[in-house]
Design a protein. Structure first.
Length: 393
C-alpha cells in the first residue's frame, strides 16, 4: 500500500511539473504574441514612413517638373531677348500658353495627336448640307461614332468640331447637334453646314452610341452608372477621364482636318456646358484649334465650390486646383480667337465676366446675358455668326 501511495505521489509530482511546464509554454506564447504585435507595429511604422517618403518624392518630382519648365522658359526668353531686342506684342500670353499646355499634357499623360482612319457610312442629303455617319477608333481601341456635316452646293473653307452638352441626358449626343432630338438650340450641325462649314459631331464617351451595351436615343436607367464608371475605373489604374476625353477630342480634329476642302488654318472647336468644358481644355492643349467657342462653362473653381456647384467628372483630376484655375486655361488659348458665352443666372458660368477680366490680351469676345444655363435663340444665333466669322477670315 505504501508503494502505491509513493507511486501516486510521483505521478502527482509529474502532473505538477507538466502543469508548470504548460504555464511556462503559455507565458512564452504570450511573450511571442507580444513580440509579433511589436513587429506588426514596427511594420506599420515602416509603411507609414514609406508612404511619407513616396509623398515627399512625388512633391519633389512635381516641383522639379515645375522648375524645369521655368528654367526652359527662362532659357527661351533669354534667347529671344538676344535675337529680338524688341519683344513680340503678346509674350505673356504665348508664355502662359506654352507653360500650361506642356504642364497639363504631362500631368495627364496626354499623347500627341495622331492620324486617324475613318470608316465611312451612309450619306443623307438635306436642304443645304449632307450628313454622313462615320466611325473611327479611340485610344483604347473603342469605336467613336460621329456625324459629319458638309455643305452641298458650295465650297467648304473650314470647319469646327462641336462637342455636345450633358444635361443629364446620356442618351443624347451627336443626334442633338444634328437637330434630331433635344433642344433646337443645340442643332449647330445643320446651321453651320448650311453656312459653308464642315462640322464634326462625335458622341462623347458614355453618351448615345457609346453607352456600352445600350445604343440609340432612348434613355436607360443605368446611363449615369456608365458615366460614373468611366471615371472610377480609370482612377483605379491611376488614370483620369480627362485624358481619355481630350484624346478623343484630338482625334476629332484629326478627322476634321482630313475632310476635303477644309483649311487647317480655319478649324476650331465649340461646345456648350459639358461640351464647353471639353472645348475649353482641348483648345488649351491643342494648337491645331485655331479658334474656340466656350458656352456655359467658364466659372472659377472658388465660385463653384462656394455655391455648391457640381464639377463634371471630366474635371476630376487629383490636384488640378492646386495647379491651375479656369482663367489659366482660358489664357492658354490666346492669342487664338475665343468666344465666351455666359449667363449671369447660370451657376456654371456665374462669374465668367470676372474670369475673363483676369486674362491678359484682347483675343476674347464675350457675350453675357441676364439668363440661365440653357441656350436660347439669341445665344445660338450669336455662336453661329461668330464661328462662321472665324472661318471667313
Amino acid at each position: 500500500m505504501d508503494e502505491v501511495v509513493e507511486v501516486i505521489d510521483e505521478v502527482w509530482k509529474l502532473v505538477d511539473e507538466v502543469w508548470n511546464l504548460a504555464d511556462d509554454v503559455w507565458n512564452l506564447a504570450g511573450e511571442v504574441r507580444d513580440f509579433v504585435d511589436e513587429v506588426w507595429n514596427l511594420i506599420d511604422e515602416v509603411w507609414n514612413l514609406i508612404d511619407d517618403a513616396w509623398n515627399i518624392a512625388y512633391q519633389v518630382t512635381n516641383f522639379a517638373h515645375v522648375m524645369d519648365n521655368y528654367a526652359r522658359m527662362a532659357r527661351n526668353l533669354a534667347a529671344a531677348r538676344l535675337a529680338f531686342p524688341a519683344p513680340p506684342r503678346r509674350p505673356p500670353i504665348i508664355a502662359a500658353m506654352t507653360h500650361l499646355t506642356t504642364m497639363l499634357r504631362e500631368r495627364l499623360g496626354l499623347a500627341d495627336p495622331v492620324p486617324v482612319d475613318v470608316q465611312r457610312g451612309d450619306i443623307e442629303a438635306f436642304d443645304g448640307f449632307d450628313r454622313e455617319r462615320i466611325e473611327y477608333r479611340g485610344l483604347e481601341g473603342d469605336t467613336i461614332p460621329a456625324f459629319l456635316f458638309t455643305p452641298n452646293g458650295r465650297d467648304t473653307r473650314g470647319g469646327v468640331v462641336v462637342f455636345h452638352q450633358h444635361n443629364g441626358e446620356f442618351h443624347f449626343g451627336k443626334s442633338e447637334v444634328a437637330g434630331d432630338v433635344g433642344s433646337a438650340y443645340q442643332a449647330f450641325g445643320p446651321a453651320l453646314a448650311r453656312r459653308g462649314l464642315a462640322v464634326l459631331a462625335p458622341d462623347a464617351l458614355t453618351f448615345e452610341d457609346r453607352r456600352g451595351a445600350v445604343r440609340g436615343v432612348e434613355p436607360d436607367y443605368y446611363d449615369w452608372l456608365q458615366h460614373y464608371n468611366a471615371l472610377t475605373y480609370r482612377l483605379l489604374d491611376g488614370d483620369v477621364l480627362m485624358r481619355k476625353c481630350l484624346d478623343d477630342a484630338q482625334r476629332a480634329v484629326s478627322v476634321l482636318l482630313q475632310v476635303p476642302g477644309v483649311d487647317a488654318q480655319r478649324v476650331g472647336v465649340a461646345g456648350h456646358s459639358y461640351g464647353g468644358y471639353t472645348a475649353l481644355y482641348h483648345a488649351a492643349v491643342d494648337a491645331r484649334c485655331r479658334f474656340a467657342c466656350i458656352s456655359g462653362a467658364v466659372c472659377s473653381f472658388e465660385t463653384r465650390r462656394r455655391e455648391n456647384t457640381g464639377f463634371t467628372l471630366f474635371e476630376a483630376v487629383p490636384g488640378l486646383a492646386r495647379l491651375i484655375d479656369t482663367h489659366d486655361v482660358l489664357a492658354a488659348i490666346g492669342p487664338r480667337p475665343t468666344l465666351v458665352v455666359s449667363g449671369a443666372e447660370d451657376k456654371y458660368s456665374r462669374d465668367a465676366d470676372e474670369v475673363v477680366a483676369k486674362v491678359a490680351g484682347d483675343f476674347i469676345t464675350e457675350l453675357r446675358v441676364e439668363r440661365g444655363h440653357a441656350l436660347d435663340q439669341e445665344r445660338f444665333e450669336a455662336i453661329v455668326e461668330w464661328v462662321v466669322g472665324q472661318v471667313a477670315r
